[in-house]
Design a protein around this ligand. Structure first.
Ligand SMILES: [Zn+2]
Length: 277
């Protein structure tokens, strides 16, 4: 499932084909994704010039010049596939929405599991949109810092894993990057939120930011190759240190631990019981 770095990579891949371009054709090949598409979906986008492709948490925000902002969520399996508008090959059954620009670029939204979402927000009411209004600070923005994290954790009587998955505390983290950030910070995902020292939290803020920056950089380097592979944006080879590494040796220098998998609130957590306390 795409988390913040994957969505950011998709955004960076879309910028050169969308920003400044006009949408000449928008085709929805079915009326719904996770939810119905707006009834005037194509009509409101066709003819519009895209002025900015932004992102908030895991949402892409495609801003048009005089129309609405298109909010896109990739869901579990959604991807954007770049190609040429001249391509006459038939679409696959999971190719749900097709955008063609005035420069002849084609962007296909493909989503086998169909948990993705596309909807509109009016530009001046974007922040108040129900999908966006309750989301906490961007982890790489100025509002995410030690005091915010400490205050937020104090109020949450839960474990560290559950707290960091809470989008109201910090935006954009999912199962993978929570595991990786807690590993880098040396914090056990089962630790109670109220029992973490300020020093550990300080390390956690850096760990969250660094793990995301590293992943975004890895996504960026995958983008430089994408045209030579298959034109798919957003999924790239990672090297995770704990995620999906059950029973394998801990990668921290000098640690003799073995990565363990446990279930927390129905989802897998991976951690090293030796160096994560
Ligand atoms: Zn370890």
């Amino acid at each position: 499932m795409p988390e913040l770095p994957e969505v950011e990579t998709v955004r960076q891949g879309l910028i050169p084909v969308l920003e400044g371009r006009r949408l000449v054709q928008v085709t929805a090949r079915r009326p719904d994704l996770r939810r119905p598409l707006p009834p005037d979906f194509s009509a409101r986008l066709e003819g519009e010039r895209i002025i900015r492709v932004g992102r908030r948490a895991k949402y892409l925000l495609v801003e048009t010049e005089s129309g609405p902002v298109l909010i896109v969520h990739l869901g579990m399996s959604g991807r954007m596939v770049l190609g040429s508008g001249e391509d006459r090959r038939p679409f696959g059954k999971h190719d749900h929405v097709i955008f063609i620009t005035d420069k002849g670029a084609r962007i296909v939204f493909n989503d086998p599991r169909r948990f993705g979402l596309m909807t509109f927000a009016e530009k001046d009411q974007l922040g108040a949109h129900p999908l966006l209004s309750g989301i906490g600070p961007e982890p790489l923005g100025n509002e995410f810092h030690l005091d915010h994290l400490q205050k937020g954790l104090k109020r949450r009587k839960t474990n560290m894993k559950a707290a960091l998955l809470d989008q109201k505390l910090v935006a954009g983290l999912g199962n993978i990057y929570v595991a990786e950030a807690l590993f880098r910070a040396g914090i056990d995902p089962q630790r109670k939120t109220q029992k973490i020292s300020r020093k550990q939290l300080e390390r956690l803020v850096f760990s969250i930011q660094n793990v995301l920056r590293d992943a975004i950089a890895a996504g960026g380097s995958s983008l430089r190759d994408y045209a030579h592979i298959d034109g798919e944006l957003g999924y790239f080879q990672h090297c995770f240190q704990v995620y999906a590494r059950e029973n394998r040796p801990c990668m921290k220098a000098g640690c003799k631990g073995t990565i363990k998998r446990i279930i927390q609130s129905g989802r897998s957590s991976f951690y090293c019981p030796v160096c994560q306390r």
